[in-house]
Design a protein around this ligand. Structure first.
Ligand SMILES: [Zn+2]
Ligand SMILES: [Zn+2]
Length: 339
């Protein structure tokens, strides 16, 4: 019915594009109802009751999330150690509307939550090393399925750890998003790669020469980039060209798990209780031979950004950042913070 159209439009996650900056904005009105820990505690128990009474991610509360789309172990008769579920408050829709303009259209894609432990931990450091490797293995499996769906332009995994990093639920989790646009940051990195096919090897070589390597394992390098936005910003970069995380060898997935755990341990020793974000930068999914050639020189990387100070007017208004610790000092302190 035509009269339902405005309601349906309001309920469907959409992408609008700012005409001046070309900046995409995801409009997801349902996320306005997204509860935080306090709201869940008062709805399902009382604030003083244990999280297993109210946290939707704790074992025993699976009915409070949608059914999982992936789990470890795969055998559903065994207790789960990690699971991936559709996000109840998605920024994308699985059924994009046919009508679309570049300025305002349905946001096709997937938005899922990776619940990284059945227990109510607030830090990945509480997860055993083997179980943490299983989490990354599950993520890689899910990313492979999403890549095969052949309708997404790009996908990522990101983590918001702590309130300053935008997290509303403390139970360890990350998010997986597939979208039908290539985000501006990725378009920018692709444009750099198009002009300089050796940009990634040079990034790694410069970090070696400049004393900015934090640690290395299994073909991955954890380095402080030359222009970190915050103290201790670190990127974990594939040494070999590899456009997508799901396509890498299993050993690299395990190395990524170990290096992320290692980094969070170092950060915790340097600045206890720090909040941080990380996000995966993969190449866009290739739709043509030209896309595939373009992506061939990409090295997937995970950018980890501690949130030690707030982004304010200068950062938001200019896209520039101010930091108080140089890249070289950040790397030295991170190396010294080894166990
Ligand atoms: Zn929980
Ligand atoms: Zn990047």
């Amino acid at each position: 019915m035509l009269s339902d159209e405005p309601d349906r439009r309001r309920a469907t996650p959409r992408i609008c594009r700012d005409p001046l900056s070309d900046r995409p904005v995801f409009v997801a009105p349902q996320r306005g109802g997204k509860p935080d820990d306090e709201a869940l505690a008062s709805r399902f128990g009382d604030v003083s009751s244990g999280p297993s009474n109210w946290c939707p991610f704790c074992a025993g509360n699976e009915r409070r999330t949608p059914a999982d789309v992936g789990r470890v172990p795969a055998d559903a008769s065994l207790p789960w150690r990690a699971r991936i579920v559709p996000n109840t408050y998605p920024i994308t829709t699985g059924q994009p509307a046919a009508e679309a303009t570049d300025e305002d259209r349905a946001a096709g894609g997937r938005h899922e939550v990776v619940i990284e432990s059945p227990q109510h931990h607030d830090s990945i450091l509480a997860i055993e090393a083997d179980a943490w490797r299983d989490v990354w293995s599950l993520c890689r499996e899910r990313l492979a399925i999403i890549a095969d769906e052949d309708r997404h332009a790009w996908a990522t995994i990101f983590k918001n750890s702590g309130r300053k990093a935008g997290s509303s639920l403390e139970h360890v989790h990350s998010q997986l998003v597939a979208v039908d646009i290539v985000p501006p940051v990725i378009r920018g990195e692709l444009a750099t790669l198009a002009n300089d096919t050796a940009v990634f090897p040079r990034l790694i070589a410069a970090a070696r020469a400049g004393g900015r390597i934090v640690s290395e394992r299994g073909g991955l390098v954890a380095l402080v980039p030359p222009a970190p936005r915050q103290p201790y910003e670190t990127w974990i970069v594939s040494e070999q060209p590899e456009p997508h995380l799901h396509a890498t060898a299993a050993e690299q997935g395990a190395a990524l798990a170990d290096l992320t755990r290692d980094f969070v341990g170092r950060l915790e020793r340097l600045a206890p209780g720090s909040h941080f974000n990380w996000w995966l930068h993969q190449a866009p999914f290739a739709r043509s031979a030209a896309d595939a050639r373009m992506a061939a020189g990409w090295h997937w990387h995970l950018e980890i950004l501690p949130r030690l100070s707030e982004f304010a007017g200068f950062e938001l208004g200019t896209g520039c950042h101010i930091t108080t610790v140089s890249a070289e000092d950040s790397a030295q302190r991170l190396r010294d913070a080894a166990l």
